[in-house]
Design a protein around this ligand. Structure first.
Ligand SMILES: C[S@@+](CC[C@H](N)C(=O)[O-])C[C@H]1O[C@@H](n2cnc3c(N)ncnc32)[C@H](O)[C@@H]1O
Length: 364
């Protein structure tokens, strides 16, 4: 089934969906409905199967070809029978192929859990299931009752302060790496869509390890780029620039986007606004507006909530925002209200992959 929803500016928000979203109770089949609900409940084991695969480096072990579960267990030092059960579950998700006799190989999807491949999602899987991300789900119903994040209750502080604590440095580095992984999924689309005509300086606001701005810089050798992020993050951005051979045109600045951002011709603001409430977003957007060079532009990349009741990743991601942050996923009208209140106007919108959209803004 294909759901095509036109946004207010005619943007094609088409996406393929494969579930029947029939809301008509009178014609529904209770047995089939029960199976459908049960299948949703199995989601928790799906996530943990992916986590097990990533943590035990199953995909990396299989990089050279088909192996038995027992051979993988020997390499990894894990329990042979339990490893076989994990790999069997992964095969049921299409992450591994089963070649008979306990032998498994990598599928295209499974390959994405290798650590060393372009577009790897391994660190994203590990970071989404790590202590800091996982704990607040325990209090999820309270997030709905109170309308506020549960990270304070679960972690004793908000998620970004949690990552800033020295004892959580490893998890913070994993999170930054995972943001880069996620970036890869959408940066190609965004980089090919955004025009850099008339742009020489680009600032990636809350840019983490700089994957987005560095990809844009690689596509246009005239650009110099900067990441603005929290102090514990910027070292990772320097390392990423060095790895990509772009250090001479790059700098990373430790700062606070609620206070000030460096001047730029183009701001990149990717998956940042969804972490904050409307007032906080307006502060970030105004910081950029007042620092922007003449004719300054901005590219915001976020999920955009489409038609309610249609299969859509954005309202589900919104549940994570609800329990983990005081932010939210938004629809286009909500984004426009934010932009207009902060000196920006949305000029174009386009899908950039993975359920994300690029929204280009001009300063008004
Ligand atoms: C969800 S991540 C998005 C990272 C990156 N833009 C991307 O899409 O991969 C949000 C980023 O905002 C940064 N951040 C949070 N609070 C900040 C603040 N007050 N000033 C600057 N950066 C901040 C975090 O450290 C993190 O890197």
């Amino acid at each position: 089934m294909t759901d095509t929803t036109d946004s207010t500016d005619g943007t094609d928000m088409s996406r393929d969906v494969d579930v029947d979203n029939d809301a008509d109770v009178a014609t529904s089949d209770p047995a089939a409905d029960a199976v459908a609900v049960f299948e949703m409940l199995v989601g928790i084991t799906v996530i943990q199967t992916l986590r097990g695969m990533a943590a035990l480096r199953i995909a990396d072990h299989l990089a050279d070809g088909v192996m038995t579960a027992e051979e993988v267990a020997e390499r990894e030092g894990s329990h042979p029978r339990a490893t076989y059960r994990l790999m069997r579950a992964a095969a049921s998700l299409g992450m591994l192929s089963h070649e008979g006799q306990h032998r498994f190989g990598l599928t295209g999807r499974g390959r994405l859990l290798r650590a060393d491949v372009p577009g790897s999602l391994r660190s994203l899987v590990l970071s989404q299931t790590s202590h800091g991300h996982w704990q607040s789900w325990e209090h999820f119903p309270e997030a709905v009752r109170q309308g506020s994040s549960q990270t304070e209750k679960a972690l004793g502080t908000d998620i970004f302060d949690y990552y800033a604590q020295p004892q959580n440095a490893e998890e913070a580095a994993l999170f930054a790496e995972s943001m880069g992984d996620l970036s890869d999924m959408v940066t190609r689309g965004a980089v090919s869509a955004v025009s850099t005509t008339g742009v020489s300086t680009v600032v990636d606001v809350g840019g983490s390890n700089g994957a987005f701005v560095l990809t844009l810089m690689a596509s246009d050798p005239r650009l110099s780029g900067q990441v603005l992020d929290l102090p514990h993050v910027v070292e990772g951005a320097h390392r990423e620039a060095e790895k990509r051979g772009l250090s001479d045109r790059f700098s990373a600045v430790a700062g606070d986007f609620f206070v000030a951002v460096p001047p730029a011709d183009l701001y990149l603001v990717k998956t940042v606004l969804h972490d904050w409430d409307d007032e906080q977003c307006a502060t970030i957007l105004r910081s950029c507006r007042s620092a922007a060079n003449e004719g300054g532009r901005m590219l915001v990349v976020e999920m955009v909530i489409a038609e309610i009741g249609k299969p859509d990743l954005a309202p589900l991601s919104d549940m994570a925002m609800l329990t983990m942050t005081n932010g939210m996923e938004r629809d286009l009208d909500e984004f426009d209200a934010l932009f207009e209140a902060s000196g920006w106007r949305r000029s174009t919108t386009y899908p950039v992959g993975g359920g994300y959209f690029g929204m280009e803004l001009v300063a008004v």
